[in-house]
Structure formats: structure tokens, C-alpha cells
Design a protein around this ligand. Sequence first.
Ligand code: HH2
Length: 286
Amino acid sequence: MSRTARNIDGAPTFLPGSGPVVVGILNVTPDSFSDGGDFPGPEAAAEHAVAMLDEGAKIIDVGGESTRPGSDPLTQEEEIQRVVPVLERILSERRDAVISIDTYRAGTATAALEAGARLVNDVTALRGDPGMASVVEEASCPVILMHMQGEPKTMQKDPQYEDVVREVRDFLAQRAEYAVAAGIRPENVILDPGIGFGKNLEHNLALLRNLDAIVNLDFPVLVGASRKSFIGSITGVQEARERIFGTVATTVLAFEKGATFFRVHDVRANREALTVAEAVLHTSRQ
Ligand code: HH2
């Protein structure tokens, strides 16, 4: 029996509706790899969030610090100052918007949850800050646990695995166990293989090809492949914001393998592709 609370077709029960969930990316950073500096100030950021909601995003993932390869960390205070006004502004325009906070810092997560965020997206899978597990446990909110080898500054310098799929799967199983031991409810755990985080092209492809190994851990799975450089390596599209078509391929394939959440920049393209994929897969299951 499934350990996670899901609707009949696999969507998590903390969201209204059912089916695959598009998570719209809102980077309020000057230096993100594909959209850094696009939204200077809370008004522009909230406007983009509302546009993504209108295009079909069910969650907006707000991040104040870039984790692109080679990026430098900022302070918790700077991060809070970047994200909280944006959250407040989005919620003043869309009171029922579901917002996740992309942070590994307990203080930032606390501030964002107080401002109305409803999920925590932790790219360190609760390893980055010893206080994070209890923040999530006390808030009783969903948390995304992502795999990363190394840290953003150096993670793309020759990442090594013996068996990337087995190692990422085992890591995520252990982090889920850690979360549950810390009092986080199993139905609040979402797993993410961390595409591009300490992985070369072959590692990313192996993880997407064998995503069912992670889906079989029986927690909902999020995939974040949007506009990432491995798509550029395959297609030759150098400009990150032009990697929409390649991103859509990853979304549809990951959905077919059982992923539930798709963290993307280009909401409409991915939403429409998922709607078609859903119709095809549901028809063929009858
Ligand atoms: N990827 C990025 C950031 N956060 N969170 C999860 N759970 N999964 C991901 O794959 C993921 C993530 C990196 O992408 P982006 O936010 O577009 O860029 P940057 O880190 O440069 O802001």
C-alpha cells in the first residue's frame, strides 16, 4: 500500500485537483543561469508569478539564491530580504496561491512560511542547516528533498559515480528516512533526483531513463530539468531561455515514468504537453 497521501490518479492531496503538477520557477536573483535579473523588485516578480498561475502552474517556487554551477552563497538576511516582499506581493494579488520557498536555510524557510509559503524546497535534502527538519516538522508542510553531489561552487567539476541511479536512489531513500525520523509526515515528503547538481550529461540521462527506480520509493517525485545545460549539450541550443522544446521532452518522459511535479520556467509549453500526455496515457490504460 502507498505510504503517501495521494488522490486516485497519483496527485498529492495537499493540492486541490489532480494529475501532474507544474511548478513555476520564480528566481528573484541577479545571477540565475537562465533568468537572473529578469524580475527586479517585488512588483515585476509578482506579475510573473501571476502570469505563470494563469498559464497553469499550481505551485510557484520562489528562490532568492542561485544554485547554478559556480555560484556564490549569500547571507540569510539578504535571502529573506529578497524573497519575503515577493511572497507578500504575490499573496496580496492571489490570496490562494501555493508558494514554495527554494532555500536550505531554516531562518529563510521560517520567514517565508510565516509570510504564507506552504512548501519548502531544500536542494540539500535537510543537510544544509541543522534547524531545517524541525522547521518543516513544526509547520507540518511538504518538503522537497533533492540529491546533490558536492556543492554548487564546485559540483560540476568532474562528478563521479559508480552507479548514479543506485546512488541517487539510496541517498533519497536515506534522506526520506531521516525526515520521517525527525517527525515529518511521510505524505509530506517529495523526492527529486537533482538533475544537473553534480551530474554530467550521462548521469542526467541515466537518471531520467531510470526515473522509475526513484518513483518506486513510493514518494511523489519532482523533476527539475528546465533549460538546464545538458539540454543545450544535446540540442546545441546555447541560449538557456531557448531550450523550451528540449525541456518539454524531459517533462513528458518523466511524467510517463511516474513523476508528479515538474519545476519549469516555461509554464504554458510544459502544461500543454502534460495535458496531452495525460490524455494519451489515461486512454491507453482503459
Ligand atoms: N534546480 C535549480 C534550483 N532549484 N530545486 C529542485 N527541487 N530541483 C531542481 O532541479 C532545482 C531546484 C536550478 O535551476 P534554476 O532555479 O533555474 O537556476 P538557479 O539555481 O541559477 O537560480
